[in-house]
Ligand binder design. Structure first.
Ligand code: FCB
Length: 447
């Protein structure tokens, strides 16, 4: 069954940051530091999903999705990271999971969507190798309670973005600007992923995936220096996270950095523990030129000649086809089935979001072209169900199929919600008809 879903993340929607024993995360700390987020916005209340989750499940039920990707807040479940388990935190996710299942919606939890417990950051965060083991213990805690009801788990969300924005450039929590010194954060997250995959399976998990943010990389010109920079960027953004998971080895980093000193014997075997799917988040291609200084081995030349979203991101639907067929060409038989775990756009604050409809239509069509070219895609999740706390942009970027009024927290479905609902109904009818035809054919050949 093809999964059609929506996606969200805990810190972006839940709020209730001090309730029922939740510990602080690095995003609580970061968002409260002056100047870190636009207009000082924080996720303290966000969409208040912690209290309004029933309404949100009803919205998904009305939309007709058969899956929901959400994330579990690590500090809600283990407030100190590795200390005592907070039963009330687990109770919340159990209520949500049961509520989804009652509506025929498959729960697809992500265990880490950037909200590291602050207590673990105080011990070095992802620069500290011990965090990988501690993540696997937390993953096991959740699976012991929920594995019987979860068809598919996702370990990490976008370890590239967490490394690059959080630790190399410092524009996300925890706000470190280590540039290529942030590379251990890649390795420790990947190790955490591998250890958690094993821990989840040991606790009864059925299917496990990782979600990587992937981008087609376009060189700014055919000049040697631009080609070389594009290759460096492709390595750092895409291959650094896909190669070890799918092939059990790192790409050659020696030309750009001092390499990955954090790697120990046996780590890559753990990281390459076979997966049931690769989650891919796609937003746009990236155009790369030669470096402008010594800080990084590339510079962002910006994609031109395409429309942009309210966020200024280029809209290139065919980039999704290019990305998917590129993954197939690069990894061949080592590529497991793919899930598009996020795709979507921010628009102006309007209910009449024709731009979002065009965006989704274009990207779903591009995904189908890739499928026709032989890529095994098993699901598509729209980012996002609701307008939410868009990290450093606060509430300024609106990604929701459903509008949220951040004064009253009331929810209003947009035109794109109705479009997707009708699209999913038509999909369902087409599938039923195909099944019916197959039955008739089988009967005809019998008689
Ligand atoms: C992705 C994140 C998600 C959201 C979208 C717009 O990089 O995974 O939380 O912010 O971008």
């Amino acid at each position: 069954m093809f999964l059609w879903g929506t996606a969200t993340a805990a810190y972006q929607i839940e709020g209730a940051v001090k309730e029922d024993g939740r510990g602080a995360s690095i995003w609580d700390t970061f968002a409260h530091e002056p100047g870190r987020t636009r207009d000082g916005h924080t996720g303290d209340v966000a969409c208040d999903h912690y209290h309004r989750w029933r309404e949100d499940v009803e919205l998904m039920s009305g939309l007709g999705v058969n899956a929901y990707r959400f994330s579990i807040s690590w500090p809600r479940v283990r407030p100190e990271g590795d200390g005592p388990v907070n039963a009330k935190g687990l109770d919340f996710y159990e209520r949500l999971v049961d509520g989804l299942l009652e509506r025929g919606i498959r729960p697809v939890p992500t265990l880490f969507h950037w909200d590291l417990p602050q207590a673990l950051q105080d011990r070095g965060g992802w620069m500290n190798r011990d965090i990988s083991e501690i993540f696997a213990e937390y993953a096991a805690t959740v699976a012991e309670r929920l594995a019987d009801r979860i068809p598919l788990w996702i370990t990490l969300n976008e370890p590239f973005v967490h490394m690059a924005y959080g630790h190399a450039l410092g524009v996300h929590a925890p706000g470190q600007a280590l540039l290529t010194g942030a590379l251990p954060v890649a390795h420790h997250q990947l190790l955490a992923h591998g250890l958690a995959t094993r821990a989840l399976r040991a606790a009864g998990a059925r299917q496990v995936a990782i979600t990587n943010n992937c981008t087609p990389v376009w060189p700014a010109s055919e000049r040697e220096a631009d080609l070389k920079a594009a290759d460096a960027y492709d390595i750092l953004h895409n291959r650094l996270f896909n190669d070890p998971v799918l092939l059990g080895r790192y790409p050659d980093l020696s030309a750009y950095t001092t390499g990955l000193d954090a790697v120990r014997d046996g780590d890559l075997d753990i990281i390459a523990t076979p997966l049931d799917a690769l989650g891919v988040n796609y937003y746009n291609p990236t155009r790369i030129a030669a470096p402008v200084d010594d800080a990084l081995p590339f510079s962002d030349a910006g994609v031109t000649g395409h429309p942009t979203t309210a966020f200024g991101w280029p809209v290139v639907p065919d980039g999704l086809r290019e990305l998917l067929t590129g993954l197939k060409a690069r990894y061949g038989a080592a590529l497991p089935p793919v899930l598009i775990t996020e795709n979507g756009c921010s628009t102006e604050d309007t209910l009449d979001d024709g731009d979002r409809v065009a965006f989704l239509e274009g990207h779903i069509a591009a995904m189908r072209r890739a499928m026709a070219e032989g890529v095994d895609v098993r699901g598509y999740f729209v980012w996002s169900l609701l307008d939410n706390f868009e990290w450093a942009e606060g509430y300024h970027q609106r990604f929701g199929l459903v509008r949220v009024d951040f004064e009253t927290r009331s929810r209003t479905p947009r035109a794109s919600y109705r479009w997707l609902r009708d699209f999913l109904r038509a999909e369902k009818r087409a599938q039923e008809q195909a099944r019916e035809q197959a039955r008739e054919q089988a009967q005809n050949t019998e008689t």
